[in-house]
Design a protein around this ligand. Structure first.
Ligand code: NDP
Length: 326
């Protein structure tokens, strides 16, 4: 028997509670993992809130990522005792996730714990940090080099934004950080941002084209902020769009695309193919300053995760939340 959190369907919506589960409750899969660390991601906070249709099947153990040790394996790539990490693949949405002491999954979804990272550090990075790396790789692949100009990171005090800021600065980019939390200026600058942009400047619908300021952007906010980011891209600029913390809608014009050759590049971490996944994790292990990662992380015991989740939807979490299962 082991502990976990479960989302169940009710007549009025859903109910979330702590449960005692057994291995026979777990879904199909060829690898059983003892989960040692998990995290709280924006999508998890949405899943437990019931405000968005994240959960596709009930009952569901949420938790879109975890790190742990293989307990049993019928998959030739993994053996008992291997340290592994999982992000994405619909885990915590349609397949039971990481908010339990054990998880049974398809071995092809796992990656070996990258050399140089502990399980705790891997989850301090988590889906948010992994996505930040994918955003950096997207800008690079589109030819955005540090000499091209400044890069704007939105939602900079949050999980994706914090890691993106640190990675871009480490790789020689000049980072401008858009935030609604001026009180986090020192923190964001310690991560490597050169200057802060007030979120209010991008909060309301602006003109189709504004002064071209940014060679690249990592956007986690969507909505009006993304529309304004697009309008403010410099000629040939690239926006890596990965989030919707400020809204799912996007009301914009074609002006940035047809007059400035701007590229809007989507970034998805869930179905990201394996080779790209491995490259991203290796690069995170090598390029992310682990002292800065420590500074981004708040550790929360498993018993408090449901209490902390709503703060994330209110934009009140700084950096990343890592959850200890012990
Ligand atoms: P966090 O909650 O840690 O950070 C989001 C940040 O966005 C906040 O800290 C805040 O930054 C800003 N923000 C929040 N609400 C608003 C608002 N209403 N208007 C403008 N800015 C706002 O979340 P994550 O960083 O973990 O995730 C960010 C987004 O990326 C989410 O939408 C998430 O679903 C998405 N995501 C997508 C993935 C993918 O595969 N595409 C994977 C991982 C995440 P500040 O206080 O600095 O302004």
């Amino acid at each position: 028997m082991f502990k976990g959190i479960c989302i169940e369907k009710t007549d009025t919506g859903q109910a979330v509670s702590r449960k005692t589960l057994s291995v026979s409750d777990l879904p199909e899969g060829d690898v059983l993992v003892d989960v040692s660390w998990t995290t709280l991601n924006y999508k998890d906070a949405l899943a437990v809130s019931g405000k968005s249709p994240i959960v596709k099947r009930y009952p569901m153990v949420p938790g879109i990522d975890f790190a742990g040790v293989v307990a049993e394996s019928e998959n030739p790539s993994y053996h008992k005792g291997d340290a592994v990490v999982l992000t994405g693949w619909g885990v915590g949405e349609k397949h039971w996730g990481g908010w339990a002491e054990k998880a049974r999954v398809d071995g092809s979804w796992l990656v070996p714990l990258p050399d140089g990272l502990s399980s705790r550090q891997a989850m301090a990075i988590g889906t948010a940090g992994f996505t930040a790396m994918l955003c950096v790789m997207t800008l690079e692949a589109q030819g955005v080099t540090p000499d091209k100009g400044e890069i704007l990171v939105t939602g900079a005090a949050g999980g994706v934004g914090s890691v993106a800021t640190a990675l871009l600065a480490r790789n020689g980019y000049r980072v401008a950080a858009l935030t609604g939390r001026p009180e986090e200026e020192d923190y964001i600058k310690r991560l490597g941002a050169r200057r802060i942009v007030d979120r209010e400047r991008y909060a309301e619908a602006g003109r189709p084209l504004e002064k071209g300021l940014w060679a690249g952007a990592v956007d986690v906010v969507g909505g009006k902020v993304l529309a304004n980011v697009l309008a403010s891209m410099d000629y040939g600029g690239v926006v890596a769009s990965c989030g919707l913390a400020g809204g799912m809608d996007l009301h914009t014009t074609v002006a940035p695309f047809i007059l400035r050759g701007v590229t809007l590049a989507g970034v998805d971490s869930v179905m990201c193919e394996r080779v790209r996944r491995m490259v991203a994790w290796q690069r995170l292990a090598q390029e992310l300053d682990l002292r800065l990662l420590d500074e981004m992380v708040e550790e929360v015991p498993f018993g408090r995760i449901l209490e902390v989740a709503p703060k994330m939807l209110e934009g009140r979490i700084r950096g990343r939340v890592v959850v200890s299962m012990s």
